[in-house]
Design a binder for this molecule. Structure first.
Ligand code: SF4
Ligand code: SF4
Length: 84
């Protein structure tokens, strides 16, 4: 009964959390990234990938637009932009 509630991020294409994203989405500028990994660590959807400087990005199929990644980035290398 609780399997849906307990499902992990990005475990099912049928659960595309990006479909109810807020009005904003993150834009990874890929200029000043220091490969700290904090954006990936805090993302509640686990939808940020990256292992090298300036190579992090999100999977918009799952991103909910919460803005945590942009907030935590020490280099301000992620901007929240309009979904439009
Ligand atoms: S805005 Fe950033 S932290 Fe929030 S879900 Fe999207 S990629 Fe993850
Ligand atoms: S938080 Fe910012 S600096 Fe750190 S890995 Fe993510 S984009 Fe790069």
């Amino acid at each position: 009964m609780f399997s849906v509630l307990a499902s992990r991020a990005k475990t099912s294409k049928a659960n595309l959390t990006g479909s109810w994203r807020s009005t904003q989405k993150p834009k990874f500028l890929k200029k000043d990234c220091i490969n700290c990994g904090l954006c990936k660590f805090v993302c509640p959807e686990g939808c940020i990938e990256g292992i090298e400087k300036n190579a992090y990005d999100t999977d918009l199929d799952y991103c909910k637009g919460c803005g945590l990644c942009a907030y935590i980035c020490p280099k301000k290398d992620i901007e929240m932009v309009s979904n439009d």
